[in-house]
Design a protein around this ligand. Structure first.
Ligand SMILES: Cc1ncc(COP(=O)(O)O)c(C=O)c1O
Length: 425
């Protein structure tokens, strides 16, 4: 794991984080309102030809405080399950601002209730499309469908959400069936959704956009094109962020060309999750213990955080910058930083893209009681962690507000809550 020892903090200082750690305890996620606002504004500012909606992929971090920050900015919601829809509604998000694009095929009654409320339902399979069309036959409701355009750009099968090996969306060859199902019920397909995976390479995005526009050619009534999420943001060297301005300048040009050739002005939607949330939150953990495996082994920092807070290294071999708060870099050591679960894979420093292989990070000499900041943990951190494994209560979360003050936004789970829903035999 190559990164500069003591990588810089994104939105705060060592001393503020030390105060926050003392105030609320660790493990603790610390979010930054200002950072969410910054990335939100960047997304809203992308070049577009005929209008833009940004939807926050709330699965990356569904906390109501974050949903509200984005709502106030004018960002809408991409929900991936009916549960997320309910969570967004409970946070006060207007139904018309929520679009559900989910893998779960809901019962017709459930789809009907959501759509009657005003939630937009995007059909991701022919089965879902049939259910929707039967419910709303002849009603004039627009139909949204997710299409798998045949191109995927994720790094591996866990991040790839398009292409022949992905089950997401209606396979491109079945487009004629989709059109037939909708028109057979007197309905028009008005929104095409694609999501090709994740990346920063503008060529992939240009290809994805032009493939999507090629598909839109087959749908004369489509007025909205949703390009999904997957906009890469660098968490640490040598990762590269997508240049949203450049990529969307190219896509804007493609939309303009499409309009000149067809007379159709398409409205653009995007659904970033990672881009908006990844660098807006970090995980604070305390050094609980220091152990080593001898002269030819490793030095380990054992922390009080674990896979129950951050699973990405263990799942994807994801890299997160780690900083030891309040320490100078005079004496550096190579450490393996591990979690405290009784699970050999519970390691924060693994080889990039290879969770099976242990790696080290260079840090100042650590002492028991020190605090570590594990950065870039805002997207798919607390949202996707192995909650309650080893009967560990879900950790607390704090937010640094734009005025610099901090506040608790999730309390630590009480241990009794773990067995409160169990019944005796
Ligand atoms: C349909 C859809 N939209 C948005 C996203 C968000 O992706 P990211 O967090 O990489 O931006 C995903 C992620 O898989 C997705 O499948």
């Amino acid at each position: 794991m190559k990164h500069h020892p003591q990588p810089p903090l994104p939105f705060t200082t060592d001393s503020q984080l030390s105060v926050i750690a003392r105030t609320y305890g660790t493990p603790l996620f610390v979010h930054s309102e200002e950072s969410y606002l910054r990335y939100g504004r960047e997304a809203l500012d992308i070049p577009n030809a005929f209008g833009l909606a940004v939807r926050y992929a709330m699965k990356s971090n569904p906390h109501s405080a974050i949903l509200k920050i984005f709502d106030r900015l004018g960002i809408h919601i991409d929900a991936s399950s009916s549960y997320e829809v309910r969570r967004a509604l409970a946070a006060g998000i207007a139904p018309g601002k929520i679009m559900l694009t989910g893998q779960e095929t809901l019962q017709p009654q459930h789809v009907g209730e959501l759509v009657e409320k005003g939630v937009i339902y995007c059909c991701t399979s022919l089965t879902q499309l049939k259910i929707y069309c039967e419910l709303f036959a002849g009603s004039g409701q627009g139909v949204s469908i997710r299409v798998n355009p045949g191109l995927g750009s994720g790094h591996n099968n866990r991040t790839n959400t398009a292409g022949p090996a992905a089950s997401f969306g209606i396979w491109r060859d079945y487009v004629p069936q989709a059109i037939e199902i909708a028109s057979g019920h007197g309905l028009k397909i008005t929104r095409i959704h694609t999501h090709v995976g994740s990346g920063s390479d503008w060529k992939i995005w240009e290809k994805a956009a032009s493939m999507t526009l090629g598909i839109v050619q087959e749908f004369p009534d489509v007025t909205i094109v949703n390009l999904g999420g997957g906009y890469k943001i660098d968490r640490m060297d040598p990762e590269k962020s997508i240049d949203l301005q450049s990529v969307f300048s190219i896509i804007k040009r493609d939309f303009e060309t499409f309009a000149r050739e067809t007379g159709r002005e398409l409205y653009l939607e995007i659904e970033p999750g990672t881009y908006l949330s990844a660098n807006s939150s970090l995980l604070l953990a305390s050094v609980n213990d220091l152990v080593d495996t001898g002269a030819h082994g490793y030095r380990f920092i054992k922390t009080d955080a674990s896979m129950t807070e951050l699973l990405r290294p263990m799942t994807y071999g994801a890299q997160h910058p780690i900083r030891l708060l309040g320490k100078s870099g005079d004496t550096l050591r190579n450490y393996v930083v591990v979690g405290c679960c009784c699970e050999s894979g519970d390691i924060f420093t693994v080889k990039e893209g290879d969770p099976e292989t242990v790696d080290t990070v260079e840090l100042p000499e650590a002492d028991i009681g020190d605090t570590l900041a594990i950065m870039g943990a805002g997207a798919y951190g607390i949202a996707m962690s192995a909650k309650n494994y080893n009967s560990r209560p879900i950790c607390a979360e704090a937010m640094i507000r734009s005025d610099g003050s901090h506040v608790l936004i999730s309390r630590r789970q009480k241990l009794e809550e773990l067995w409160a829903r169990e019944f005796p035999v």
